[in-house]
Design a protein around this ligand. Structure first.
Ligand code: GLN
Length: 199
């Protein structure tokens, strides 16, 4: 799928809060066009969307304030490819544990995600993670007050786990990681996502 004058793939990055810039940089590294998205009208014409890491309660609150929840849900239902890292994973979960009562995810992935799950043991850590479907050996994964996927529905494929906890999953066009591939120089997760958008 392509769009834009140059036939470039256009990837929106939800720019309400969090690590927006690193994702925009990764998208540019892959030769795609990155567009910061703050308002519903900026969702038009996107080939894909990334929901960055940050703080899911804040992202949710701002998404509600700017009227983005329903438009993004509709695009997800329509099959828009969306990648969420960390807080972005939480935003893509149908069910969030240890969230705030007023926290509304976009949903889309039939999974139960627990916020700050690893954080109860250790705030942040790094691990070498093998991701199914991504060749080239394990990748260095950075976890920062990361969620884990506590359970999944039938349509969800687990792509990676750390200590038996699921940290990367996929359902249809939706991809989510507990870790932050945007902060390392390793482009493979973004490449995997953008390749699937292009084909
Ligand atoms: N703990 C954060 C949250 O609940 C996520 C942390 C992150 O994105 N690095 O949203």
């Amino acid at each position: 799928m392509t769009s834009g004058a140059a036939g470039q793939t256009t990837v929106g990055v939800l720019a309400l809060q969090g690590d927006v810039r690193s994702h925009l940089r990764r998208v540019a590294d892959l030769g795609a066009r990155g567009v910061p998205v703050k308002r519903p009208d900026q969702l038009a014409g996107l080939d894909a969307l990334i929901v960055p890491g940050g703080e899911s309660t804040t992202i949710s609150m701002l998404a509600q304030r700017w009227g983005l929840i329903e438009p993004v849900r509709e695009l997800i239902r329509g099959g828009l490819p969306v990648f969420g890292s960390c807080a972005g994973m939480i935003m893509l979960a149908d069910t969030v544990l240890d969230g705030r009562a007023d926290q509304l995810p976009f949903g889309g992935i039939d999974m139960v995600v627990r916020r700050n799950a690893f954080g109860r043991q250790v705030d942040s850590f790094e691990a070498d993670v093998e991701v199914a479907g991504i060749g080239g050996g394990p990748m260095r994964a950075i976890f920062i007050r990361a969620p884990w996927v506590e359970s999944i529905g039938d349509g969800v494929e687990v792509l990676a786990a750390v200590d038996d906890r699921f940290v990367a999953v996929r359902q249809g066009a939706l991809l989510a990681t507990s870790f932050h591939p945007e902060v390392t120089g390793d482009l493979r997760v973004h490449q995997f996502f953008v390749d699937r958008v292009r084909h």
